[in-house]
Design a protein around this ligand. Sequence first.
Ligand code: HEC
Ligand code: HEC
Length: 253
Amino acid sequence: MKSASCEFRQIPRNRCRSMLLAILLAPVGFVPALAAAATEPLAESDSLRIYQESCSVCHGDDGKGAVWGRNSLSTTPRDFTTEISRTELTRDRMIMSVTHGRPGTPMPGFGSQLEDEQVAAVVDYIRGRFMTGAVQADTATDASGYHERQFPDGLTGNYERGRSLYFRNCIECHGSSGAGDGPRAYFIFPKPRNFLDPATQQILNRPRLFDGVADGVIGREMPAWSFVLEDQDIADVAEFVYREFIAADTTGT
Ligand code: HEC
Ligand code: HEC
């Protein structure tokens, strides 16, 4: 990684250097820890170190977002301690976001710098330290099976119904091809994401699509559709998005 990327992300020089160093040294420094990881989880001090070296520069030592980050990043890091974060951020989702980044925001993907165990450890650190009371229901230890997860409440989405709902309600922003290039997208910032982007395809599974459509996206022009659509409609349109764009290459069902 070149230092230019720090300027791009507007990270203060001194923090940037230590962050880069941390990222560069991480694979070397963590070799002993990784050898142990197969049998036991990373120690609390390791996850604290990862957080301080790679995350607090933007997310702040208190998990509420670093001051400079709040003022200078194009998308402000969220406050992990709020009720909204507690309900919205499942452990799975956080693991996916930390691994692959959040397309369209300055949140980088750490998949090439951190081992899976380290990603899980730092996510658990955030959840334990800042998100106390977070819904503990999903305690899967890794992201395997992530794309097999189904809609909440046993709902099954109807692709054909979803298709017409999508064309009626969503294409003005998300575009008929799902690329985020509908006629209205031109006037929106940040723009709707490209559903065909590989990182997005990794992150959005059925439950996540359902929640995203139902609740909207805070601070973006994505409406909360639960005000106008029934849960079944939301499952239908989410099913369409999932099969048409997200799983475009993989689903035969
Ligand atoms: C360059 C600044 C920056 C760094 C470094 C950074 N983040 Fe982020 N992060 C962001 C921004 C901006 C967002 C998008 C707004 C939000 O949801 O907070 C974000 C989002 C997130 C989210 C929520 C993603 C979602 O699904 O909505 C998690 C979890 C997260 N970051 C964890 C981490 C962890 C863990 C690290 C360190 C390994 C880290 N971040 C490093 C800026 C950063
Ligand atoms: C007024 C414009 C607009 C309309 C209409 C709209 N969206 Fe969005 N949508 C956005 C924007 C902006 C975002 C935020 C950027 C992003 O994550 O793509 C977003 C985000 C999303 C996401 C990602 C949610 C997440 O968890 O990150 C999904 C899924 C989605 N939209 C589906 C839909 C569906 C399905 C419809 C129709 C029922 C719809 N949108 C209608 C603008 C719109």
